[in-house]
Design a protein around this ligand. Structure first.
Ligand SMILES: Cc1cc2nc3c(=O)[nH]c(=O)nc-3n(C[C@H](O)[C@H](O)[C@H](O)COP(=O)(O)O)c2cc1C
Length: 474
């Protein structure tokens, strides 16, 4: 049994010249769409107009009260399609590929979305699964999902282990968390766009929620609970609902390390994440605040979501200070209580008007950054990211790092989920901010872990978790 989340992270590190080839069994490719048989379905209206408030407004403005009257079928349809709906399709050698409002490591989409709904004008009470393929809600339960008589709307995000493990094997638990973080942010914004509040919770009772959802907890597990209104909690005698639907391929290999890390992190956090605990190497003490002019994107929120894609066609052109700060400002807004301190955000920049090339760390509370090291480190980071050469042209590499020892010590292993989910959430903001500013953007989960830590001056248990590149494109 692994003793700590840090051990999992280290055991799934990529190291140069030590990557073992893995044969992908295309005949056993997991189905990216979860299907239930013979259950009632509620078709969601497709022609609903999404919010055209700006991304900034959706993110920065305080949403209205949690009024059940706002939860109509149209509103639910918008929330679901903007958070996880299909956006476009493309042809790949493997066949047709359906893109969604969120990115996903390898395009494997391990996450599923569920909603417990009670006493709202939109829909009959029930626990529902969101069928992405059909844009409909499948009714899993009519009762037993809420012990309270009050209105409720609570979403749950799960991950199906094998979908990503098929390609990434033991390392895929990282992607289960990062992908679920992307979806959590996407959902939170889609809820806020309805002028409703969204409260994320990563520290629920795992067994209880998996039982509520009726899934097979050996194959699929809940990672995020997102509450809009009221609460959902299972009756004691709930039975599973077609647990075999959590199976996505004919032959599923079990990856014991994934089960181990998930069960290790299943204990509730023993405390809140510590204050950002990454000492900054050679830091210039002065904080440079993001209070100058920033670029203001004109694109509305719904269009931004629909146009989001991973784009790799960067051109070698820096990003001026106004544009860069328009992006970084978005990362300073909190994601929720107790989550934000689990990670630190850093940026590698190239030469551009008003920007000194270098390694910077963000101070999210002060809405400022501090220069830690001068010089353009983007070419070196490109080599570290498995030599994905197009990354060298990106104007900036925004990365998320954590002190894994500090998290283990203060929160216990659950802190790892906080850190990875938060990295995914902020990564999603980079994607949407870049889209709104008409920049290209792509998330990077594949990098040589020890080399990334060395380059960024992260010692001991401190590690880079995720990187998102952004910049002007063709
Ligand atoms: C956690 C995560 C890691 C990713 N890692 C990489 C990567 O290392 N290299 C890459 O080219 N794309 C990477 N991507 C982008 C995915 O390949 C992309 O989201 C997926 O193919 C779907 O395409 P779309 O984002 O254009 O809809 C990553 C995305 C996520 C969310």
């Amino acid at each position: 049994m692994i003793p700590s989340a840090k051990q999992y992270h280290q055991r799934t590190s990529y190291e140069r010249n030590k990557l073992s080839g893995h044969y992908l069994d295309w005949s056993n490719q997991p189905n990216p769409f979860k299907e239930y048989r013979g259950l009632d379905r509620v078709e969601l209206p497709r022609d609903v107009q999404g919010s055209q408030a700006s991304l900034d407004a959706v993110l920065l403005e305080t949403p209205g009260p949690a009024d059940p009257e706002k939860i109509t079928l149209q509103a639910l349809s918008r929330m679901l399609s903007l958070s996880y709906g299909l956006t476009t399709r493309s042809r790949t050698p493997g066949g047709e590929f359906f893109h969604r409002s969120v990115p996903s490591a390898g395009g494997l989409y391990p996450s599923e979305l569920y909603a417990a709904i009670q006493k709202t004008p939109g829909i009959e009470d029930g626990l529902y699964h969101y069928s992405v393929a059909h844009h409909s809600l499948v009714r899993l339960r009519g009762e037993g999902f809420s012990q309270h008589a009050d209105p409720c709307l609570v979403f749950f995000i799960t991950a199906i282990f094998f979908r990503s493990a098929w390609k990434y094997r033991d390392r895929s638990y990282r992607y289960h968390l990062l992908d679920s973080g992307h979806l959590a942010e996407s959902l939170s914004l889609a809820i806020r766009a309805e002028s409703l509040p969204a409260k994320a919770d990563y520290d629920f009772e795992d067994n209880e929620i998996n039982r509520l959802l009726g899934i097979d907890p050996d194959l699929e597990v809940c990672l995020v609970k997102m509450t809009v209104l009221g609460d959902a909690s299972p009756a004691a005698d709930l039975v599973q609902v077609q647990p075999e639907a959590s199976r996505t391929a004919a032959k599923e290999t079990a990856y014991p390390l994934i089960r181990e890390i998930h069960s290790l992190t299943s204990t509730a956090a023993s405390g809140l994440p510590p204050s950002p605990a990454i000492p900054v190497k050679n830091a210039d003490e002065t904080l440079d605040r993001f209070d100058g002019p920033v670029a203001s994107p004109k694109m509305g929120f719904a269009d931004t979501v629909l146009l989001r894609r991973s784009r790799r066609n960067f051109i070698p052109q820096g990003m001026d200070r106004e544009t860069l700060w328009a992006l970084l400002r978005l990362l300073c807004e909190p994601t929720g209580p107790a989550c934000d301190d689990a990670i630190r955000v850093g940026v590698l920049t190239s030469e551009a008007p008003g920007v000194e090339p270098g390694l910077y760390w963000l101070d999210r509370t002060e809405k400022a950054w501090t220069l830690a090291e001068k010089g353009n480190l983007i070419p070196q980071m490109t080599r570290i990211c498995l030599d994905q050469e197009w990354l060298a042209n990106a104007a900036c590499h925004i990365f998320f790092a954590a002190d894994l020892d500090g998290l283990d010590a203060t929160c216990g292993p659950r802190g790892y989920r906080y850190a990875m989910l938060t990295a995914g959430r902020l990564g999603h903001r980079v994607y949407l901010g870049a889209t709104a500013l008409e920049l290209a953007c792509c998330g990077i989960g594949a990098f040589y872990d020890p080399e990334a830590a060395d380059l960024l001056g992260l010692d001991k248990g401190r590690r880079m978790l995720y990187l998102v590149a952004a910049g002007p494109s063709k």
